[in-house]
Design a protein around this ligand. Structure first.
Ligand SMILES: NC(=O)c1ccc[n+]([C@@H]2O[C@H](COP(=O)([O-])OP(=O)(O)OC[C@H]3O[C@@H](n4cnc5c(N)ncnc54)[C@H](O)[C@@H]3O)[C@@H](O)[C@H]2O)c1
Length: 273
């Protein structure tokens, strides 16, 4: 299936996700909630998946209120393959065929490589890399069965393409893995009209995960590290969740119709450092 030629489609239609269904993992807070918001603003019906049902419900209710789109909220642990498979069926039953799948759920624990256990390595790989693969595969199986293409967006990190500075080795390895997986899946599924892209944020403030990290940094006497990193970035500040969400919307929309396999950097110039 060749992708459509959209050369004469108006920009407003290219940006629109009206009539499409999007799934966002880890949509209960932080970057994931911002992604849900922009996809809904573009007209998509949005399924919010999160470990926390309460958090998923809060995001879903907020975007339904603001943008008037159908939503659903599901408690799903993305590391549970059967739960992800069941979620695809449930979302399709409630909202219709899925066109956009965003693998956002992830974590960034601190650790020194010299002290990191093999179990700690496996656990983070299971969340950041294996679950992104399982989510991508289930989304692609569904899109292929449904007979239409779609877009799969994997949230990576600037640490997908360089060292992570203060980030831990399993985090950096998992995000490099996400970048490699994105290229290979784009190659394998292009014939089905499925585009697979990555969005790679630099430090992104105002997320629950970063706020927790900030508290921990303060407790160990490194409270100024994130501020210093943010002001060292060429654009003079760190990213905010909506900075990332706008790139995800672009990647998921027909504006990016010819892009697949590549990474969009929400990096404030981080990649030039
Ligand atoms: N915030 C940053 O500085 C930053 C920078 C680069 C990349 N990222 C990436 O962006 C993504 C989101 O980061 P964030 O800062 O918003 O994180 P966050 O910790 O603030 O939020 C993550 C969300 O995912 C959910 N979640 C965690 N484990 C899950 C699981 N097993 N199943 C389902 N949901 C789960 C959490 O409940 C939470 O709602 C992650 O993949 C992260 O690696 C973040």
């Amino acid at each position: 299936m060749a992708i459509a030629d959209v050369s004469t489609t108006p920009i407003s239609d290219l940006m629109s996700l009206s009539g499409r269904v999007a799934v966002v993992t880890g949509g209960g807070g932080g970057i994931g909630a911002a992604i849900c918001n922009r996809l809904a603003e573009a007209g998509a019906a949005v399924a919010v998946l999160d470990l926390s049902l309460d958090a998923a419900k809060e995001t879903a209710a907020g975007i339904a209120d603001r943008h008037g789109v159908p939503t659903t909220a599901l408690a799903v642990d993305v590391t549970d393959e059967a739960a992800v498979q069941a979620a695809v069926r449930q979302v399709a039953g409630e909202l219709g065929d899925v066109h956009v799948w965003v693998n956002n759920a992830g974590a960034y624990p601190s650790a020194q490589a010299i002290d990191l256990s093999a179990e700690g390595w496996d656990s983070l790989m299971g969340l950041n890399l294996r679950a992104s693969f399982v989510g991508s595969r289930e989304a692609a199986r569904h899109m292929i069965d449904a007979g239409h293409g779609g877009a799969i967006v994997n949230i990576a990190s600037t640490a997908a393409n360089k060292s992570g500075g203060g980030n831990a080795v399993h985090y950096v390895a998992s995000k490099h893995g996400v970048a490699g997986m994105t290229k290979q899946l784009a190659y394998e599924w292009g014939a089905h009209g499925i585009r697979v892209l990555g969005v790679a944020p630099t430090l992104t403030l105002k997320t629950p995960g970063i706020e927790e990290k900030q508290e921990w940094l303060e407790s160990v006497g490194y409270g100024s590290v994130l501020d210093e990193y943010a002001s060292s970035l060429p654009l003079g500040r760190a990213a905010l969740p909506d900075d990332v969400a706008r790139l995800v919307l672009f990647a998921a929309s027909d504006m990016a119709m010819i892009m697949s396999g590549s990474m969009l950097y929400a990096d404030a110039g981080d990649m030039t450092k």
